[in-house]
Design a protein around this ligand. Structure first.
Ligand code: NAD
Ligand code: MG
Length: 298
């Protein structure tokens, strides 16, 4: 059974007919080439005007969790900037089209998050193109498994930290002068921040860092009326997972070890980002919202 996200449904039965397939892709992977395709909520998400007139920048907005968030934000009334790698143009163009279908403005700004100049330029272009900025979603990320620390290259360690941590710092720092009171920053962390896998030493370390960054900055910015929170997904069906985020032999049982017994879909994440972006969460700061199929977290 699939889901429309609104009908009263047994969550163990949702997406029960969906079987992940190990169809390997080179990094960063395309949503367009996944089997089966991920549910980004494109057929289902219903907006209720919760982000009317808001201006959002989403990194990794071309696919997976960021794309589901972009669709939801547009349907809630926000204009959106999508950041992604140039080789992901196909995915980004589809999501941009879906945003445009809602009558919202969309800007696509490809580039490499490991490059501080791109990060700063991204913010400048977003502010210019949208006429301001009041939602920042730091979501782009790199996850490549490695079984033995002695073979974890300095380059990969550096790339994972640059993409997941440094880009968040560079972009947030550049965005801050533009964020007015009421604005929201949402960082994507992971269950890996608390339950690190043996094969994700570099990745898990970045996600723990993101949690600490979020909680520290939330206190610093609360007096300015800017809220900082995080979303911590569990196993979600996205291109990241089939482009060496996991060993291929683990893909067909992906998510089965969660209490819910299945992987999640990006569509199940988007409402968490909408909640944290909207004024509904005005008293929520420094929080990590876990969306992980029931795995206990601190
Ligand atoms: P995804 O592959 O759809 O999204 C990740 C995006 O990061 C890519 O689309 C790409 O645009 C961007 N990216 C990666 N390297 C980049 C670079 N050097 N420059 C510019 N952009 C770059 O996968 P996703 O799972 O939706 O990932 C989104 C976030 O969710 C990531 O931060 C990831 O760590 C986190 N997350 C995912 C899972 C999961 O199971 N899928 C679980 C926990 C956390
Ligand atoms: Mg992508």
């Amino acid at each position: 059974m699939s889901t429309d996200q609104y009908t009263f449904t047994d969550p163990t039965a949702m997406y029960a007919d969906i079987q992940p397939e190990a169809k390997h892709q080179p990094e960063p992977g395309l949503d367009a080439d996944m089997t089966p395709r991920a549910d980004l909520g494109e057929k289902t998400y219903r907006g209720t005007g919760r982000l009317t007139g808001r201006k959002a920048l989403i990194t990794g907005g071309d696919s997976g969790i960021g794309a589901a968030t972009a669709i939801a934000f547009a349907r809630e009334g926000a204009d959106v900037v999508l950041s992604y790698l140039p080789e992901e143009e196909e995915d980004a163009a589809r999501i941009a089209g879906l945003v445009r279908d809602e009558g919202r403005t969309v800007l696509t700004i490809p580039g490499d998050l490991r490059d501080p100049d791109y990060c700063r330029d991204l913010v400048a272009q977003a502010v210019e193109g949208l006429g301001g900025l009041d939602i920042l979603v730091n979501n782009g990320g790199k996850q490549v498994f490695n079984e033995d620390l002695t073979t974890l290259t300095d380059e990969q360690f550096d790339d994972t930290f640059k993409t997941n941590v440094y880009a968040m710092f560079w972009i947030t720092k550049a965005a801050l002068p533009h964020l007015t009171p009421g604005s929201a920053i949402i960082n994507t962390t992971s269950i890996q921040a608390y339950s690190p896998s043996d094969i994700l030493v570099d990745y898990a370390s970045t996600k723990a860092t993101i949690n600490a960054f979020t909680k520290a900055l939330a206190q610093q910015l609360a007096p300015k009326g800017i809220r900082v929170n995080a979303v911590a997904p569990g196993p979600i069906w996205t291109p990241l997972q089939v482009s060496d985020g996991q060993p291929q032999e683990k893909i067909d049982s992906f998510g089965e070890d969660t209490p819910l017994g299945r992987m999640g879909q990006p569509a199940e994440l988007a409402p968490a980002y909408v909640f944290l972006a909207s004024p509904e969460s005005s008293y929520v700061m420094g929080e990590t919202l876990n969306v992980n199929g029931g795995m206990p977290t601190p």
